[in-house]
Write a protein that binds this ligand. Structure first.
Ligand code: UDP
Ligand code: MG
Length: 320
């Protein structure tokens, strides 16, 4: 299998017939074997029957149906896990993304990139409620992840499968795939793609998504920077707090010895207590996090590094 197109679908009955037709047109130029995986995220509007009809008539179209609505990220994750193509292309079902861009994205991977990231350069959504928050979010995400991109929110992109097979997605995290890819050493090229206004069906999101994205960003940042050595983060602050506490304590004692007077009126005395306790707690949390990380990597035979290529070496045995 060369290409897997993964499409999350939640109540998109009106878009499905045209989507199907446009996919067939776009993929007609792809000469290598392809599949389309519809990830039906618990639709209740009859989308399922339409999708079933498509998939029974043409085995290149495949379907996963969730028992209930689990969210776009979960649908994409399920699609990725079932994908067998060397290249995986996620896209929205609502025809805001255009399937006719797929060959162009594949061309970018041929240039030697691992990720061709779609960029809705002329985005057709509401300015104030969608484009502005998205601009701000993109700036923040770029800053925090250190991976500068214009449009983290664009689903349409092309990934080499080995890049995404290691990533597990939760919450709103599908948008951080390019950041993960870059951190794992993947080469990314941003390419402008078409974007159309939504003509049929309704958007499933509002402004509240922005908050979830920001929270997920914190998680992602933590996981990537410290997931194999959490104690480097906790330990640093724990030691700083303990050190500050010790200095405050010594200073409070010295003041008492030099000038006398009651200690419980001295702010340094309280600082010593707070910092000492806080420091101990943070250090202990760091150690617990280290234990968790050991379980995470070692129970699953995972490694804290990512290999791109081996020459003259078979894969190392997972476990003994
Ligand atoms: N979607 C989904 N599950 C959800 C919400 C959305 O599978 O809970 C799908 C939806 O059907 C569409 C894509 O995710 O294919 C993007 O959703 P939408 O167009 O509503 O988002 P927007 O383009 O407005 O950001
Ligand atoms: Mg949309």
């Amino acid at each position: 299998m060369f290409l897997s197109v993964v499409i999350p679908i939640y109540n998109e009955k009106d878009n499905i017939p045209l989507l199907h037709q446009k996919l067939l047109e776009a993929l007609a130029v792809v000469t290598k074997p392809w599949e389309v995986i519809f990830a039906n995220d618990g639709s209740r509007d009859g989308s399922e029957d339409l999708l079933k009809a498509i998939c029974t008539a043409d085995p290149r179209f495949r379907l996963i149906t969730f028992r209930r609505n689990f969210g776009q990220t979960a649908a994409m994750e399920a699609g990725f896990r079932h994908a067998s193509g060397e290249v995986v292309v996620p896209m929205d079902a609502d025809l805001q993304n255009d399937p006719s861009d797929i060959p162009m994205l594949l061309g970018v991977l041929d240039e030697g990139f691992d990720v061709a990231k779609g960029w809705r350069k002329h985005r057709q959504d509401k300015a104030l409620s969608r484009k502005l928050p998205s601009r701000i979010a993109n700036a923040i995400i770029s800053r925090v992840t250190g991976v500068q991109l214009h449009d983290y929110g664009c689903t349409l992109s092309a990934y080499r499968r080995e890049i995404i097979s290691e990533i597990r997605l939760y919450g709103e995290m599908h948008r951080f795939i390019p950041a993960y890819a870059a951190w794992a050493g993947g080469r990314i090229k941003e390419v402008p793609v078409q974007h159309h206004p939504r003509t049929l069906g309704k958007t499933k999101y509002g402004l509240s998504r922005t908050f979830r994205v920001i929270l997920d960003l914190m998680t992602v940042r933590f996981l990537v920077a410290y997931s194999s050595k959490p104690n480097y983060l906790f330990g640093k602050w724990g030691l700083l707090a303990l050190g500050g506490g010790t200095l405050s304590f010594l200073w409070a004692i010295a003041k008492k010895l030099i000038w006398g007077g009651p200690m419980f009126t001295d702010p340094f005395f309280y600082a010593a207590i707070f910092l000492g306790l806080a420091g101990l707690q943070i250090l202990l949390i760091g150690l617990l996090a280290e234990l968790n990380v050991r379980t995470y990597y070692e129970s699953r035979g995972r490694t804290p590094y990512v290999i791109r290529e081996r020459l003259g070496l078979p894969p190392a045995p997972e476990k003994d």
